[in-house]
Design a binder for this molecule. Structure first.
Ligand SMILES: Cc1cc2nc3c(=O)[nH]c(=O)nc-3n(C[C@H](O)[C@H](O)[C@H](O)COP(=O)(O)OP(=O)(O)OC[C@H]3O[C@@H](n4cnc5c(N)ncnc54)[C@H](O)[C@@H]3O)c2cc1C
Length: 442
């Protein structure tokens, strides 16, 4: 009989809020209508409100029910696939700018947490991209050197320093990203939601956008109501296909996570992860691990799924759950059979060049978008709110230049499905080889 895994439809980080906002049942007028209530939508709404704008947010579930309430909570200055790839794709000057943008996004997020007094267990312990096989050392040394030459706050951690930090032996060496750390993603997004409501943002939940009409004003329709506004903002990231706009900007990829039961004092002592840095491996499709404030381990990734036509790939995924639990057991043998309490997941919005997109479209250039965070949206979607606010007001934010380029589109189906499968097979093949080499070396 196949194993049944404990599964959360959304995540253990969030529950439907007690003050769930009513669905839209009227025809309203606003300065700006924001579609989507995650980090992007809420931080845009907050930033616009601070400038005095009348803002309506339409959210299909509750604000925080998307990736913003499901992610692993690493607040890291990671941008693109990795720094060496950035350099190859965009050259030294642009790569340096992007590295500084990613640092600025982390700093802005820290400031946002402070400004709104959000208690989200933020721990500025940094993150480490760890090598799990000796063959990765040269690449990681080079990545750290390049990143620090480009101005990023990163340095190589040799094996001795990893052991001094008490990190599990499976994580041999690494690149330390001192800027950032980890947080409770649910408390963070619900804190932004609270701040937005307190600031006077009109939030409608269970209110999915069903169509959007272009014009000198934009008309956003839900099943039972509508909002006419001078401008609209698409803040739907991996869900963007549902809006009918920017259909080929992002491919939604399903990523799965798990959380263990809280570790006992004996297990914590055996683990000895005293710096509590966030960890991810240098695999092509990384494995991620972190301690939470209540001493559970949240981890996962490793497996990505794409569904034909950019549909949202199925959430309950025993193959992915077995792979992420297996990786966890291999990297943390000192924890024995500490039970996994939950599996869940969400969809990341992947752009073809691994960078977020900001822009405007529509016959009257009044439909703005900020999306495609490629799994790095905790800080970058937060900063996107201020960038979109400036853009709506006709100004270019100081960091917009970092993201200015020709926005690439995924090919139409069936080519998108074929290319997604080819990329996935190549990455998974490389990772399986690495994992086999690690097992053989033991
Ligand atoms: C499993 C997982 C792990 C991750 N781990 C990390 C991490 O550790 N660090 C990191 O930086 N990033 C991570 N990410 C990425 C990060 O969570 C996202 O980049 C970020 O949350 C994007 O925020 P957003 O507001 O743009 O999108 P979302 O939070 O997805 O918000 C979009 C909202 O739009 C709503 N919506 C959809 N359709 C409609 C519609 N028709 N009308 C109205 N509303 C609609 C959705 O319900 C959703 O609430 C992870 C993502 C996943 C899925």
């Amino acid at each position: 009989m196949s194993k049944t895994y404990p599964f959360e439809e959304i995540s253990p980080w969030v529950e439907t809020p007690d003050d769930l906002q009513p669905p839209l049942v009227d025809d309203l007028r606003a300065d700006v209508v924001v579609i989507g209530g995650g980090y992007t939508g809420l931080s845009t709404a907050l930033s616009l409100r601070a400038q005095g704008a009348d803002v309506v947010v339409l959210e299909s579930g509750f604000a925080g029910s998307g990736a913003s309430g499901r992610n692993a909570g690493h607040v890291a200055p990671t941008i693109g696939k990795d720094i060496p790839t950035l350099l190859t794709m965009f050259g030294e000057k642009r790569a340096a700018l992007l590295a500084r943008f990613a640092d600025a996004a982390v700093r802005y997020t820290e400031e946002t947490i402070r400004k709104h007094g959000i208690d989200c267990e933020y721990d500025p312990a940094g993150n480490i991209m760890a090598g799990v096989h000796p063959k990765q050392e040269k690449r990681l040394r080079k990545a750290a050197e390049t990143a620090s030459r480009l101005g990023a706050e990163m340095r190589f951690l040799p094996e001795g320093e990893m052991r001094e930090r008490g990190l599990p032996a499976a994580f041999r060496f690494g690149v330390f990203e001192s800027c950032g750390g980890t947080l409770h993603p649910g408390k963070y997004v619900l804190g932004l939601r609270r701040a937005a409501l307190a600031a006077g943002v009109r939030l409608f939940e269970s209110s999915a956008l069903v169509s959007i009409e272009e014009g000198s004003t934009v008309l956003a329709r839900t099943t039972h109501g509508s909002v006419r506004a001078d401008a609209a903002v698409l803040a739907t990231n991996a869900y963007t296909k549902a809006t009918g706009l920017r259909q080929r900007a992002v491919a939604p990829l399903r990523v799965s996570l798990f959380e263990t039961e809280p570790l006992s004092p004996t297990q914590l002592e055996a683990l000895d992860w005293r710096g509590r840095e966030g960890l991810y491996t240098a695999h092509e499709v990384l494995e991620s691990f972190r301690l939470t404030a209540r001493n559970t381990i949240v981890g996962g990734s490793k497996v990505i799924r794409y569904a034909y036509g950019s549909a949202l790939a199925e959430g309950y995924d025993p193959g992915a759950f077995a792979a992420i639990e297996g990786a966890f057991r291999e990297r943390f043998p000192m924890l024995g059979e500490v039970p996994v309490a939950n599996f869940w997941g969400g969809w990341i919005g992947l752009t073809l060049d691994f960078l977020p997109q900001i822009g405007v479209q529509g016959t009257h250039s009044n439909i703005f978008y900020g999306l495609g965070f490629c799994g790095h949206g905790v800080p970058q979607a937060t900063l996107m709110g201020e960038m979109l606010t400036e853009k709506i007001q006709g100004r270019a934010h100081e960091w917009e230049v970092a993201l200015q380029r020709r926005n690439l589109s995924w090919p139409p189906e069936p080519f998108r499905w074929v290319s997604a499968k080819i990329i996935q097979a190549a990455l998974v093949g490389l990772d399986r080889r690495t994992d086999r080499q690690i097992r053989r070396a033991r």
